[in-house]
Write a protein that binds this ligand. Structure first.
Ligand code: AMP
Length: 373
C-alpha cells in the first residue's frame, strides 16, 4: 500500500471512502467506539474506548480525515500536534456549532435566515418578539436528522419549546424559511487549491431523514452557479482540503444556506455511479494530495435510501440499471442501512422504476408520496 489514511468514525461513509481508496493502493484505518462497525471489513478499527486508543490510531496512518463531524476537538488537537488532518480543524469547529456556522455564512455574504442565540426563557420570549413566528428553535450542538429541533408556531409553545430543548445546552432560533425545495451542493478542494463541484442534488426528507435525492436537481441551471460560488467562498476561506457539503433552501428570494457538513454526504452517494469521479474517490484523492477527478455527470441519477428494513436484494437488482449498496448494519427504525441508485433514461423510466421500487421497499411511503405515484 502506498499510503494509509486514518478516519475518525467507522460508519457507512468511512466504508465507502475505503472502497474508493483501495484501487489507489490507499489503505484506511478507523477510530470508532465499536470495532464491529460498517467499515470494519475494509481496514483496522481502533476502538476509541481502548486505553491508548487515540495514540494507537494516530500511529496507524500517515494522514487523517473524518466521516463524523462531531469528532471531539480534544482528539483532533492531540492528532494535529503529530500529523495532518484534512479537512482543517477550523472547519470542524465551525460546523459543530450552528451559531459559528451562521456567523461564517454571514461574514462570507452567503444568505441565511435571520437568527439569534437563545440562552434563557426570557431571551426566547424576546427573540420571538423580534423575529416573529414561526421560528425553528435548534440546539447549537449535536442535532442531526431533525433531532434537537422545535418549530414554534404560537406564543403558547414558548415554554414547552424551552423545556424540551434547553436541557441539551445552548440554543439558536432561526426564522422559519418558506422554501419550495431543499438542495445540497457538494464540492471538493485539493491540496493545490483546485476546486471541483458536483451538480446540485434535490433532497426529499421523510420524518426528518433523507429519503431520496435527484441529481442534477431539476430546473436548477440558474441556481447551480450561485451555489457553486457560495461553497467556493467557504472552501477558500477555510483553506479546506477534501469534500464539503452545503445544504440550501430554494426560496422565491433565491438560495438560503441551512448548514454545512465538513465531510462526504448522503446526498452525494449518487456520484458513485452517476459521476465520473465520486465524492468518496475525490475526497480520498484530496486527502492523499493527488489530482482531483472530473465531477461531470455520467447520467442523471436518483439515490434512494434504505431506511429501517432491508428489501430483498434480488428484487432490487432485478430493476433495470439499479445498483444496491448495503452497509452491513442491523435493522432499526429510522436507521440508514443502505441505498439504491437508479439511473433512468428519462422521466418516464424514472416513474416506472420508482413504482417498481416502491413495491419492493418495506417502507415505501416517502418515495411514493414525493414522486406522486
Ligand atoms: P437541520 O438539522 O438544520 O438540517 O434541519 C433539518 C430539517 O428541518 C431541514 O432539512 C429542513 O427541512 C427543516 N428546517 C431546518 N431549519 C429550518 C428553517 N429555518 N426553516 C424551515 N425549515 C427548516
Amino acid at each position: 500500500m502506498d499510503k494509509t489514511i486514518g478516519i475518525f468514525g467507522g460508519g457507512q461513509l468511512g466504508r465507502m471512502m475505503a472502497q474508493a481508496a483501495l484501487p489507489l493502493n490507499i489503505q484506511c484505518t478507523f477510530f470508532e467506539a465499536s470495532t464491529d462497525c460498517p467499515s470494519a471489513v475494509l481496514g483496522q478499527v481502533i476502538s476509541s474506548k481502548a486505553e491508548n486508543g487515540l495514540q494507537d490510531f494516530i500511529n496507524s496512518a500517515d494522514v487523517f480525515s473524518l466521516e463524523f463531524e462531531n469528532t471531539p476537538l480534544t482528539d483532533v488537537d492531540v492528532l494535529t500536534k503529530q500529523k495532518e488532518l484534512h479537512p482543517p480543524r477550523q472547519a470542524l469547529a465551525i460546523a459543530q456549532r450552528r451559531l459559528s456556522e451562521k456567523a461564517l455564512f454571514d461574514e462570507l455574504g452567503i444568505p441565511v435566515a435571520p437568527y439569534r442565540a437563545v440562552d434563557s426563557l426570557e431571551s426566547l420570549t424576546q427573540v420571538v418578539a423580534e423575529l416573529g413566528l414561526p421560528i425553528v428553535l435548534k440546539t447549537v450542538m449535536g442535532g442531526y436528522d431533525g433531532k434537537g429541533q422545535f418549530v414554534l408556531r404560537s406564543e403558547d409553545q414558548i415554554e414547552q419549546a424551552w423545556a424540551e430543548l434547553a436541557p441539551a445546552g445552548s440554543l439558536i432560533a432561526e426564522s422559519f424559511v418558506t422554501f419550495s425545495r431543499e438542495v445540497s451542493i457538494i464540492a471538493v478542494r485539493g491540496q493545490n487549491g483546485d476546486v471541483k463541484t458536483w451538480p446540485l442534488a434535490e433532497n426529499h426528507h421523510h420524518h426528518g431523514i433523507l429519503s431520496h435525492s435527484i441529481v442534477p436537481a431539476p430546473n436548477s441551471a440558474d441556481l447551480q452557479p450561485v451555489a457553486q460560488d457560495y461553497i467556493t467562498r467557504l472552501l477558500n476561506h477555510l483553506n479546506y482540503v477534501g469534500v464539503l457539503t452545503l445544504e440550501l433552501f430554494v426560496t422565491d428570494k433565491g438560495l438560503y444556506a441551512n448548514e454545512m457538513a465538513p465531510r462526504v454526504h448522503n446526498s452525494g452517494h449518487w456520484s458513485i455511479e452517476g459521476a465520473i469521479c465520486s465524492q468518496f474517490e475525490n475526497h480520498i484523492r484530496a486527502v492523499a494530495g493527488l489530482p482531483l477527478g472530473s465531477t461531470d455527470v455520467v447520467r442523471p441519477t436518483v439515490m434512494v435510501n434504505i431506511i429501517g428494513k432491508h428489501p430483498k436484494s434480488e428484487d432490487v437488482l432485478a430493476l433495470n440499471g439499479a445498483h444496491l449498496h448495503l452497509y452491513n448494519k442491523t435493522e432499526r427504525e429510522g436507521r440508514k442501512i443502505g441505498h439504491i441508485t437508479l439511473m433512468p433514461n428519462d422521466s418516464a423510466e424514472l416513474t416506472t422504476l420508482c413504482r417498481q421500487l416502491a413495491k419492493i421497499l418495506p417502507e415505501p411511503l416517502a418515495l411514493t408520496q414525493d414522486m406522486n405515484i
